[in-house]
Ligand binder design. Structure first.
Ligand SMILES: [Zn+2]
Length: 332
């Protein structure tokens, strides 16, 4: 007979351990990560324009249609609707179309700050979409960081797919999301959404672009879409969300951003998709023939700003919008 103490190794799935579902050996302690059983629904492509401006629902200077600029579709970020109680109340009772006075198509963007993501339940999303009445909606965003431990981004990726499945119940056209902390997660999320019938995708790209990570993930995402397209004999569309520059990839069908407005607020002027300080000698005395400037030079926009700041700013905002549209459509 031998005496001793019994120890349980650190790899045993103890009840207090948050990694339990990921424990590689099956035991009664381990509750595997639930992968939802997925439904299927025939969805049709949204048919994105090459440039779908994002607007700020709380700032009517971005409501370009009120100034005679005619672009057929916009993205409205849900988080802005939620950020302001008055806006939420009005948009919920009138619907986005009436509130904005916009006749084109309105797509609801779910790209939002992380702290808001966890506050919304499925019922919240459904109620908001029902009240706001957009023409299409993204599925809910998640947070995946490339430098997180993998189990965190995998559980977020599973959650994304699970919500994509729940959203099939909605009677609104849907936009899937290209998300994940690495190519494997992105590929898996794309395939699962395709299994459910998703054909239009948006890739939230602003943070990846700013951190210089977009090129690590975008080529793989495009390859996954191409591969699944070949396999299922279905064509897909991909919109890059949150980036103001045309990227050197074929198979990008659209871009959406608010850069045209944000840059104007900081006095930046777009020319051929590049932004310049209004006073930059390279562009300062060059006439622009867009339908807003009608021959104005940046110097004259500065002059207008000096006598009527809001009018000058409005000119700059709308000029930037038109320049971005032209630059993104370049070569088409
Ligand atoms: Zn112009």
């Amino acid at each position: 007979m031998s005496e001793g103490s019994q120890y349980t190794g650190i790899t045993s799935p103890r009840s207090f351990c948050t990694l339990r579902p990921y424990y590689p050996v099956k035991s009664k302690e381990r509750i595997p990560v639930p992968v939802p059983s997925l439904g299927k629904k025939p969805l049709t492509k949204i048919g994105f324009q090459i440039f779908v401006p994002e607007i700020d629902v709380t700032d009517d200077r971005t409501w370009f249609w009120r100034y005679g600029i005619d672009l057929p579709e916009i993205f409205v970020p849900l988080w802005q609707v939620l950020a302001n109680e008055e806006t939420l109340r009005k948009t919920s009772s009138e619907g986005l179309h009436d509130f904005l006075g916009f006749n084109g198509r309105i797509f609801l963007s779910m790209v939002m700050p992380d702290e808001l993501i966890d506050k919304l339940s499925l019922e919240d999303y459904f109620r908001l979409i029902n009240d706001l009445r957009p023409d299409a909606t993204m599925i809910p965003d998640n947070y995946t960081y490339v430098d997180d431990p993998l189990f965190l981004s995998w559980s977020q990726t599973v959650k994304l797919v699970s919500l994509a499945n729940d959203f099939l119940k909605l009677d609104v056209p849907l936009i899937g999301l290209v998300k994940g902390a690495n190519p494997l997660q992105i590929d898996w999320a794309i395939r699962k959404q395709v299994e459910m019938g998703y054909v239009s995708f948006a890739m939230p790209a602003r943070e990846l672009f700013e951190d210089n990570l977009l090129e690590d993930l975008l080529p793989g995402a495009i390859m996954s879409l191409q591969w699944v397209s070949k396999k299922t004999k279905t064509s897909f569309e991909l919109l890059i969300y949150g980036v103001g520059h045309r990227l050197k990839h074929k198979d990008i069908n659209g871009y959406s951003n608010l850069s045209w407005f944000l840059e104007a607020k900081h006095g930046f002027y777009y020319k051929n998709g590049w932004s310049y300080d209004l006073r930059d000698p390279e562009i300062r005395f060059e006439e622009c023939n867009c339908e807003v400037c009608k021959g104005l030079m940046p110097q004259e926009i500065i002059d207008i700003m000096l006598s009527d700041r809001e009018l000058g700013l409005k000119t700059l905002i709308l000029h930037n919008l038109l320049d971005m549209k032209r630059a993104l459509a370049g070569g088409r």
